[in-house]
Design a protein around this ligand. Sequence first.
Ligand code: HEC
Length: 156
Amino acid sequence: MKKTVLLITLSLTLSLSFLFSSISFAFGPEEDSSENVIKYRQYVMNAMSNHFKALKFLATGRITQPDQWLPHARSMVDMANMIESAFPPESDFGDTEAKEEIWENKGDFNQKALKLIKASEATVKLIEANGHDKVLEQIKEVSNTCKACHKKYREL
Ligand code: HEC
């Protein structure tokens, strides 16, 4: 009797895990439509852009929220880390400003994303060290990494 219960439990567990693994496969990144991939990466870019603008507002003294510099800078690092996977192959068709050259030079494109990650991480470190004064200069460095990528890989 005990054995039967054990067997039933085991087979149930196995079939459930199979079911879940097939579900996650069905909704894996490779199944996402090009249209949704494009929309999603534009949301990510806009989210990053808004954190950047908010940080610039703080660093230029237009807003006084000393505790909010760090969350914006950290969010920029998080968003920047999403860039590489936001441009999978076959996602250059549709309502996009992404140039085909991205997929011909994915290594260089990823390097440009990495420069933004590094510049954003440096911003986080500056703020953590309470160096609010130098943040504005660092933000300019960040902005240069955005421009360097857009110039080469974004239709403007
Ligand atoms: C490694 C390359 C790269 C970097 C770095 C980068 N971008 Fe982009 N960005 C792109 C590409 C490519 C597009 C076009 C995406 C599309 O339309 O599919 C884009 C699109 C955008 C858009 C428009 C989104 C929309 O709704 O169409 C904004 C805003 C933006 N980027 C802001 C920024 C800011 C701000 C930074 C720096 C903090 C930045 N980007 C850094 C490649 C980059």
